[in-house]
Write a protein that binds this ligand. Structure first.
Ligand SMILES: Nc1ccc(Br)nc1
Length: 445
């Protein structure tokens, strides 16, 4: 489950390197195609957003985990034709190993759960924020890397897991000031599609491939979808049946078509009833067309979208009860989502919800001349040991220092001057009130 990062310093077409006077060419100062730098302002936004991810993970009682960005290619070889596996950033390392820059996080989570084996008590609730990669021809000028927040629960077979993950997503949106009139979360279950395929006695092995095709609903025309479904060998009747059921947006209607005893209906009814109790029912809606594009989903799936329909999915996820057995291990029921930081930033910009993240420093320490540079070190050091951020500035004119203080929103200017220092004092200027007074250097707080 994954989504894209929008803002930061985009790496469009790299301008040609600057030609210095001596003719040698400067190295291309841009990062590799499809990747981004995070200069301070962009980094403050990213850090703020990741802090929101972390705070929601904390209140949901999830533990943080992490993995190498580099993984064995074997973890991502799947035959279902997903876009994510067709764009692997893969290569052979110097030891002849087939490796990838991971395109998603879930397989790494599964690998670690298998590795931990019996030593982990279930259910386990893990989260991580990690960079993911794809190698896409730059024709579409899209990024090759982005960050995503993943929350996953292993060992919780009932829809409690999905309802917990949906609360995490809603808590995140609410922390950012986004409301359910801005964003909705479409919820369905792959068991809906499974039930339809069973109605037409379609062989099990086509299920995953059909899911990956149907996930293109909304990106391809209905005719293109029908054509791709027919090409898998599905009879026309089954294709019609699938398209009809997947266009349902009412759970009672689904119950009419599939019957009440179908697992998909029971799961979804339970989830929507939990949603009332959690208090996020306004955020979610049933939409049978949601299948998500990853092969390993087996049950409930969901994705958040902007109600204006201008952006790509904000986040998405679902249940994947059979992923571990594809790695040769015993299955453990699992459920998770990926939340990228690209679309969400586009949405925050569009809603005017980006926070003010200008730089803020407590103190600027400035020696008024060279022989005071030593004492200024002592003053800055003692402030820092008390937890105050102190920017030690020297070799500048006072006029520049005042400008700098404004630029970095410093609270105080601590001037270390000869006559004051000889009396054990420093001069303090409160920059908001322009108030100015002397303080004993040893008592400066
Ligand atoms: N899976 C994936 C990885 C990286 C980007 Br950018 N988009 C999707």
């Amino acid at each position: 489950h994954c989504r894209l990062f929008a803002s930061a310093v985009d790496n469009g077409d790299a301008p040609s390197p600057v030609e210095p006077s001596d003719g040698a060419s400067v190295v291309d100062v841009n990062p590799p195609r499809g990747t981004r730098d995070f200069p301070p302002e962009e980094m403050r936004l990213r850090t703020w957003l990741f802090d929101q991810f972390r705070e929601v993970s904390r209140v949901m009682a999830f533990e943080e985990v992490d993995f190498p960005v580099l993984e064995s290619e074997a973890l991502f070889i799947r035959k279902a034709g997903e876009e994510i596996t067709q764009q692997l950033y893969n290569f052979e390392d110097k030891g002849g190993r087939r490796v990838v820059l991971r395109p998603e996080i879930t397989p790494s989570l599964a690998r670690l759960v298998i590795k931990q084996g019996k030593s982990v008590s279930l259910p386990l609730k893990w989260f991580t924020i990690g960079q993911c990669w794809r190698y896409e021809r730059m024709t579409r000028g899209r990024r090759r890397e982005h960050y995503q927040w993943n929350m996953d629960i292993f060992g919780m077979p009932k829809v409690r897991a999905e309802s917990e993950l949906l609360q995490a997503i809603v808590l995140l949106f609410e922390r950012l000031g986004i409301t359910f009139s801005d964003v909705g979360i479409r919820v369905s279950s792959r068991k809906v599609l499974q039930a339809v395929l069973n109605m037409y006695s379609i062989p099990e092995h086509l299920f995953t491939e059909v899911c990956v095709i149907v996930d293109k609903l909304g990106k391809l025309t209905r005719e293109e979808i029908e054509k791709e479904l027919i090409s898998t060998g599905l009879p026309a009747k089954a294709v019609q049946g699938i398209i009809e059921v997947l266009s349902l947006k009412s759970l009672p209607k689904l119950e009419e078509v599939l019957g009440s005893d179908v697992e998909a209906v029971a799961d979804l009814k339970k989830l929507f009833s939990f949603a009332e109790q959690y208090g996020y029912a306004d955020w979610i809606c049933f939409d049978a067309s949601v299948v998500r594009g990853l092969a390993y989903y087996t049950g409930i799936v969901f994705e958040a979208f902007d109600r204006k329909g201008q952006l790509r999915a904000i986040c998405g996820g679902g249940r994947y009860d059979k992923l571990l057995s594809t790695f040769g291990s015993e299955d453990i029921p699992a459920c998770g989502f990926g939340f990228g930081d690209a679309v969400i930033v586009e949405l925050l910009k569009e809603k005017g919800l980006l926070p003010d993240l200008s730089r803020q420093i407590d103190d600027i320490v400035f020696p008024l001349d060279e022989e005071l540079e030593g004492p200024a070190s002592a003053v800055a050091s003692s402030l820092r040991k008390k937890g105050r951020s102190a920017d030690l500035v020297e070799d500048k004119r006072l006029k520049w220092v005042f400008k700098h203080a404004e630029r970095i929103n410093a609270s105080r200017l601590i001037l270390v001057g000869k006559s004051e220092w000889e009396r054990g004092m420093v001069r303090v200027k409160i920059l908001s009130t322009r108030e100015e007074f002397e303080v004993k250097a040893s008592e400066l707080q």
